[in-house]
Design a protein around this ligand. Structure first.
Ligand SMILES: Nc1ncnc2c1ncn2[C@@H]1O[C@H](COP(=O)(O)OP(=O)(O)OP(=O)(O)O)[C@@H](O)[C@H]1O
Length: 294
Protein backbone atom coordinates (compact mmCIF):
# COMPACT_ATOMS: atom_id res chain seq x y z
CA UNK A 1 0.00 0.00 0.00
CA UNK A 2 1.28 3.48 -0.87
CA UNK A 3 2.56 5.64 1.98
CA UNK A 4 2.55 8.86 -0.04
CA UNK A 5 0.69 11.51 1.99
CA UNK A 6 -2.55 12.69 0.42
CA UNK A 7 -1.34 16.27 0.89
CA UNK A 8 2.33 17.19 1.17
CA UNK A 9 3.04 20.89 1.76
CA UNK A 10 6.79 21.52 1.72
CA UNK A 11 8.24 24.91 2.66
CA UNK A 12 5.32 26.70 0.99
CA UNK A 13 5.49 30.44 0.48
CA UNK A 14 2.67 32.65 -0.87
CA UNK A 15 3.24 36.36 -1.35
CA UNK A 16 0.92 39.11 -2.52
CA UNK A 17 3.18 41.85 -3.89
CA UNK A 18 5.82 42.13 -1.19
CA UNK A 19 3.50 40.82 1.57
CA UNK A 20 4.35 37.30 2.79
CA UNK A 21 0.96 35.73 3.55
CA UNK A 22 2.48 32.22 3.95
CA UNK A 23 6.14 31.57 4.76
CA UNK A 24 8.08 28.31 4.93
CA UNK A 25 4.96 26.26 5.74
CA UNK A 26 5.28 22.47 5.86
CA UNK A 27 2.73 19.84 6.86
CA UNK A 28 1.37 16.54 5.62
CA UNK A 29 -2.05 14.96 5.68
CA UNK A 30 -2.15 11.17 5.64
CA UNK A 31 -4.73 8.97 3.95
CA UNK A 32 -7.95 8.69 5.97
CA UNK A 33 -6.94 11.48 8.32
CA UNK A 34 -9.18 14.35 9.46
CA UNK A 35 -6.84 17.34 9.54
CA UNK A 36 -8.03 20.76 10.77
CA UNK A 37 -6.06 23.77 9.60
CA UNK A 38 -6.94 26.43 12.15
CA UNK A 39 -5.59 29.86 12.89
CA UNK A 40 -6.06 33.48 13.69
CA UNK A 41 -7.66 35.82 11.13
CA UNK A 42 -5.31 36.44 8.24
CA UNK A 43 -3.02 33.56 9.29
CA UNK A 44 -2.83 32.27 5.71
CA UNK A 45 -5.22 29.30 5.79
CA UNK A 46 -7.23 30.25 2.70
CA UNK A 47 -4.06 31.13 0.77
CA UNK A 48 -2.67 27.68 1.64
CA UNK A 49 -5.87 25.88 0.69
CA UNK A 50 -6.03 27.77 -2.61
CA UNK A 51 -2.67 26.23 -3.53
CA UNK A 52 -3.83 22.77 -2.38
CA UNK A 53 -6.99 23.18 -4.50
CA UNK A 54 -4.96 24.15 -7.58
CA UNK A 55 -6.44 27.65 -7.66
CA UNK A 56 -3.15 29.42 -6.94
CA UNK A 57 0.52 28.73 -7.75
CA UNK A 58 2.96 28.77 -4.84
CA UNK A 59 5.46 31.65 -4.77
CA UNK A 60 8.03 29.24 -3.32
CA UNK A 61 8.18 25.68 -2.03
CA UNK A 62 5.91 22.94 -3.28
CA UNK A 63 2.55 21.29 -2.70
CA UNK A 64 1.67 17.75 -3.79
CA UNK A 65 -1.81 16.26 -3.68
CA UNK A 66 -1.91 12.48 -4.22
CA UNK A 67 1.75 12.90 -5.19
CA UNK A 68 0.82 15.24 -8.07
CA UNK A 69 1.01 18.96 -8.74
CA UNK A 70 -2.47 20.28 -7.82
CA UNK A 71 -2.25 22.42 -10.97
CA UNK A 72 -2.50 19.12 -12.89
CA UNK A 73 -6.28 19.33 -12.63
CA UNK A 74 -7.16 16.33 -14.76
CA UNK A 75 -5.18 14.06 -12.41
CA UNK A 76 -6.17 15.61 -9.09
CA UNK A 77 -9.65 17.10 -9.34
CA UNK A 78 -11.59 13.86 -9.92
CA UNK A 79 -10.23 12.65 -6.56
CA UNK A 80 -10.91 15.87 -4.61
CA UNK A 81 -14.14 17.60 -3.55
CA UNK A 82 -13.92 21.23 -2.51
CA UNK A 83 -16.32 23.36 -0.49
CA UNK A 84 -15.12 26.94 -0.89
CA UNK A 85 -16.12 29.83 1.36
CA UNK A 86 -17.89 31.34 -1.65
CA UNK A 87 -18.78 29.15 -4.57
CA UNK A 88 -20.10 31.56 -7.18
CA UNK A 89 -22.59 29.21 -8.84
CA UNK A 90 -24.59 30.55 -11.78
CA UNK A 91 -27.62 32.30 -10.19
CA UNK A 92 -30.06 31.30 -12.94
CA UNK A 93 -29.46 27.55 -12.67
CA UNK A 94 -31.66 25.48 -10.40
CA UNK A 95 -30.29 23.47 -7.50
CA UNK A 96 -30.67 20.24 -9.48
CA UNK A 97 -28.98 21.70 -12.59
CA UNK A 98 -26.10 22.99 -10.47
CA UNK A 99 -25.47 19.64 -8.79
CA UNK A 100 -25.74 17.86 -12.14
CA UNK A 101 -23.31 20.29 -13.81
CA UNK A 102 -20.71 20.31 -11.05
CA UNK A 103 -21.11 16.55 -10.66
CA UNK A 104 -20.42 16.01 -14.37
CA UNK A 105 -17.33 18.25 -14.17
CA UNK A 106 -16.04 16.21 -11.21
CA UNK A 107 -15.98 13.10 -13.43
CA UNK A 108 -17.21 11.06 -10.45
CA UNK A 109 -20.25 8.80 -10.68
CA UNK A 110 -23.21 9.52 -8.42
CA UNK A 111 -26.92 10.18 -8.47
CA UNK A 112 -28.11 13.80 -8.28
CA UNK A 113 -31.15 12.69 -6.26
CA UNK A 114 -28.99 10.86 -3.72
CA UNK A 115 -26.79 13.92 -3.17
CA UNK A 116 -29.79 16.25 -2.88
CA UNK A 117 -31.18 13.88 -0.24
CA UNK A 118 -27.92 13.88 1.73
CA UNK A 119 -28.02 17.67 2.08
CA UNK A 120 -31.82 17.87 2.46
CA UNK A 121 -32.32 19.93 -0.71
CA UNK A 122 -34.76 17.55 -2.41
CA UNK A 123 -37.68 19.94 -1.88
CA UNK A 124 -35.67 22.88 -3.28
CA UNK A 125 -34.36 20.96 -6.32
CA UNK A 126 -36.28 23.20 -8.76
CA UNK A 127 -35.40 26.49 -7.01
CA UNK A 128 -32.96 28.86 -8.70
CA UNK A 129 -29.65 29.42 -6.92
CA UNK A 130 -30.39 33.17 -6.70
CA UNK A 131 -33.49 32.41 -4.58
CA UNK A 132 -31.81 30.17 -2.00
CA UNK A 133 -31.33 31.24 1.60
CA UNK A 134 -27.76 31.59 2.91
CA UNK A 135 -27.95 28.23 4.67
CA UNK A 136 -29.38 26.50 1.59
CA UNK A 137 -26.53 27.92 -0.52
CA UNK A 138 -24.03 26.47 1.97
CA UNK A 139 -25.73 23.07 1.72
CA UNK A 140 -25.56 23.29 -2.07
CA UNK A 141 -21.83 24.07 -1.77
CA UNK A 142 -21.45 20.98 0.39
CA UNK A 143 -23.48 18.86 -2.05
CA UNK A 144 -21.13 19.68 -4.91
CA UNK A 145 -18.07 18.90 -2.73
CA UNK A 146 -19.28 15.43 -1.75
CA UNK A 147 -20.77 14.45 -5.12
CA UNK A 148 -19.36 11.06 -6.03
CA UNK A 149 -17.79 10.54 -2.55
CA UNK A 150 -14.29 11.84 -3.38
CA UNK A 151 -11.18 10.45 -1.67
CA UNK A 152 -10.24 13.92 -0.39
CA UNK A 153 -12.73 16.55 0.77
CA UNK A 154 -11.58 20.11 1.55
CA UNK A 155 -14.07 22.05 3.68
CA UNK A 156 -13.36 25.78 4.05
CA UNK A 157 -15.50 27.07 6.95
CA UNK A 158 -18.34 24.68 5.99
CA UNK A 159 -20.79 25.43 8.80
CA UNK A 160 -20.70 29.23 8.75
CA UNK A 161 -24.32 30.40 8.43
CA UNK A 162 -25.84 26.95 9.06
CA UNK A 163 -28.40 26.30 11.79
CA UNK A 164 -27.80 23.51 14.31
CA UNK A 165 -29.82 20.90 12.43
CA UNK A 166 -28.00 21.62 9.14
CA UNK A 167 -24.66 21.43 10.97
CA UNK A 168 -25.54 18.05 12.43
CA UNK A 169 -26.64 16.83 8.98
CA UNK A 170 -23.38 18.05 7.45
CA UNK A 171 -21.21 16.34 10.08
CA UNK A 172 -23.20 13.12 9.72
CA UNK A 173 -22.49 13.17 5.97
CA UNK A 174 -18.79 13.85 6.68
CA UNK A 175 -18.74 10.94 9.18
CA UNK A 176 -20.14 8.65 6.48
CA UNK A 177 -17.38 9.74 4.06
CA UNK A 178 -14.80 9.06 6.75
CA UNK A 179 -16.22 5.59 7.29
CA UNK A 180 -15.61 5.03 3.58
CA UNK A 181 -11.95 6.04 4.10
CA UNK A 182 -12.04 9.65 2.84
CA UNK A 183 -9.42 12.16 3.91
CA UNK A 184 -10.87 15.41 5.27
CA UNK A 185 -9.24 18.83 5.52
CA UNK A 186 -11.19 21.45 7.46
CA UNK A 187 -10.78 25.11 8.25
CA UNK A 188 -13.19 26.63 10.74
CA UNK A 189 -13.47 29.30 13.39
CA UNK A 190 -15.81 27.00 15.37
CA UNK A 191 -13.06 25.41 17.43
CA UNK A 192 -15.33 22.90 19.15
CA UNK A 193 -16.05 21.34 15.74
CA UNK A 194 -12.34 20.73 15.22
CA UNK A 195 -11.81 19.69 18.83
CA UNK A 196 -14.50 17.01 18.54
CA UNK A 197 -13.48 15.55 15.21
CA UNK A 198 -9.95 16.27 14.04
CA UNK A 199 -7.27 13.58 14.27
CA UNK A 200 -4.67 16.33 14.07
CA UNK A 201 -4.68 20.10 14.10
CA UNK A 202 -2.30 22.51 12.41
CA UNK A 203 -2.47 25.87 14.14
CA UNK A 204 -1.40 28.71 11.82
CA UNK A 205 -0.35 32.18 12.90
CA UNK A 206 1.12 34.94 10.73
CA UNK A 207 1.78 32.69 7.75
CA UNK A 208 3.49 29.81 9.56
CA UNK A 209 2.60 26.67 11.46
CA UNK A 210 2.56 27.79 15.08
CA UNK A 211 1.78 24.33 16.52
CA UNK A 212 0.69 20.94 15.25
CA UNK A 213 -0.62 17.84 16.97
CA UNK A 214 -3.64 16.03 18.33
CA UNK A 215 -6.02 17.98 20.56
CA UNK A 216 -4.46 16.24 23.59
CA UNK A 217 -0.95 17.24 22.48
CA UNK A 218 -1.95 20.86 21.92
CA UNK A 219 -3.79 21.28 25.20
CA UNK A 220 -1.37 19.28 27.41
CA UNK A 221 0.99 22.22 27.95
CA UNK A 222 -1.75 24.42 29.43
CA UNK A 223 -3.36 23.96 32.87
CA UNK A 224 -6.86 22.54 33.41
CA UNK A 225 -9.45 24.91 34.79
CA UNK A 226 -11.90 24.86 37.74
CA UNK A 227 -14.56 27.60 37.67
CA UNK A 228 -17.21 28.42 40.26
CA UNK A 229 -19.18 31.26 41.81
CA UNK A 230 -19.80 32.07 45.47
CA UNK A 231 -23.29 32.72 46.92
CA UNK A 232 -22.64 36.12 48.48
CA UNK A 233 -19.86 38.68 48.05
CA UNK A 234 -19.17 38.46 51.84
CA UNK A 235 -17.71 34.95 51.50
CA UNK A 236 -13.92 35.20 51.12
CA UNK A 237 -12.69 32.87 48.36
CA UNK A 238 -10.17 30.15 49.14
CA UNK A 239 -6.48 30.88 48.49
CA UNK A 240 -4.85 30.54 45.00
CA UNK A 241 -8.01 31.64 43.23
CA UNK A 242 -8.37 34.49 40.75
CA UNK A 243 -11.37 36.02 38.99
CA UNK A 244 -11.92 35.97 35.24
CA UNK A 245 -13.47 38.75 33.15
CA UNK A 246 -17.01 37.47 33.90
CA UNK A 247 -16.46 37.61 37.67
CA UNK A 248 -16.28 33.81 38.07
CA UNK A 249 -13.64 32.37 40.40
CA UNK A 250 -10.97 30.38 38.58
CA UNK A 251 -8.31 27.88 39.64
CA UNK A 252 -5.77 26.90 36.97
CA UNK A 253 -4.12 23.60 37.78
CA UNK A 254 -1.99 20.74 36.49
CA UNK A 255 -3.21 18.63 39.45
CA UNK A 256 -6.96 18.78 38.89
CA UNK A 257 -8.10 16.00 41.23
CA UNK A 258 -6.10 17.26 44.22
CA UNK A 259 -7.20 20.89 43.76
CA UNK A 260 -10.84 19.94 43.21
CA UNK A 261 -10.80 17.90 46.43
CA UNK A 262 -9.23 20.84 48.27
CA UNK A 263 -11.90 23.21 46.96
CA UNK A 264 -14.78 20.88 47.95
CA UNK A 265 -13.21 20.39 51.42
CA UNK A 266 -12.94 24.18 51.80
CA UNK A 267 -16.61 24.60 50.77
CA UNK A 268 -17.78 21.94 53.25
CA UNK A 269 -15.64 23.32 56.12
CA UNK A 270 -16.96 26.85 55.50
CA UNK A 271 -20.56 25.75 54.81
CA UNK A 272 -20.42 27.40 51.39
CA UNK A 273 -22.60 26.29 48.47
CA UNK A 274 -20.48 26.59 45.30
CA UNK A 275 -22.42 27.80 42.27
CA UNK A 276 -21.90 27.05 38.54
CA UNK A 277 -19.12 24.60 39.36
CA UNK A 278 -17.26 23.46 36.28
CA UNK A 279 -14.02 21.50 36.13
CA UNK A 280 -12.49 20.44 32.85
CA UNK A 281 -9.43 20.11 30.66
CA UNK A 282 -8.03 23.01 28.70
CA UNK A 283 -9.99 23.71 25.57
CA UNK A 284 -8.65 24.57 22.14
CA UNK A 285 -9.95 28.12 22.74
CA UNK A 286 -7.38 28.48 25.52
CA UNK A 287 -4.58 27.33 23.19
CA UNK A 288 -5.73 30.01 20.74
CA UNK A 289 -5.78 32.71 23.39
CA UNK A 290 -2.28 31.70 24.43
CA UNK A 291 -0.96 32.47 20.90
CA UNK A 292 -1.35 36.20 21.42
CA UNK A 293 0.17 36.01 24.91
CA UNK A 294 3.42 34.32 23.77
N1 LIG B 1 -5.33 38.61 -3.09
C1 LIG B 1 -4.70 39.15 -2.04
N2 LIG B 1 -3.98 40.29 -2.16
C2 LIG B 1 -3.33 40.85 -1.11
N3 LIG B 1 -3.36 40.32 0.15
C3 LIG B 1 -4.08 39.20 0.33
C4 LIG B 1 -4.78 38.55 -0.74
N4 LIG B 1 -5.38 37.45 -0.25
C5 LIG B 1 -5.08 37.41 1.07
N5 LIG B 1 -4.29 38.44 1.41
C6 LIG B 1 -3.74 38.71 2.74
O1 LIG B 1 -2.96 37.57 3.13
C7 LIG B 1 -3.15 37.29 4.51
C8 LIG B 1 -3.64 35.86 4.65
O2 LIG B 1 -4.96 35.78 4.14
P1 LIG B 1 -5.79 34.42 4.14
O3 LIG B 1 -7.12 34.73 3.54
O4 LIG B 1 -4.98 33.34 3.54
O5 LIG B 1 -5.93 34.17 5.71
P2 LIG B 1 -6.94 33.23 6.54
O6 LIG B 1 -6.09 32.51 7.54
O7 LIG B 1 -7.75 32.41 5.62
O8 LIG B 1 -7.81 34.32 7.27
P3 LIG B 1 -9.34 34.31 7.82
O9 LIG B 1 -9.37 33.36 8.98
O10 LIG B 1 -9.51 35.72 8.27
O11 LIG B 1 -10.25 33.90 6.69
C9 LIG B 1 -4.13 38.32 5.05
O12 LIG B 1 -3.38 39.35 5.68
C10 LIG B 1 -4.82 38.85 3.79
O13 LIG B 1 -5.19 40.21 3.95
Amino acid sequence: MSTTPVIDVDRLGVTYGDFHAVSDLSFQVERGEFYALLGTNGAGKTSTLEVVEGHRDPTSGSVRVFGRDPGDRSAVRPRMGIMLQESGFAPDLTVRETVRLVGALSQRADSVDRVLGVVDLTRTAATRVSQLSGGEKRRLDFATAVYGSPELVVLDEPTTGLDIQSRDDLWRAVDRLRDEGATIVLTTHYLEEAQERADRIGLMHQGGLHREGTVAELTRTLPSVIRFSLPTPEVAPPPHVHRDGDGAFVIETFTMQRDLHALLDWARDNAVELGDLHAGPTRLDDVFRSIGAE
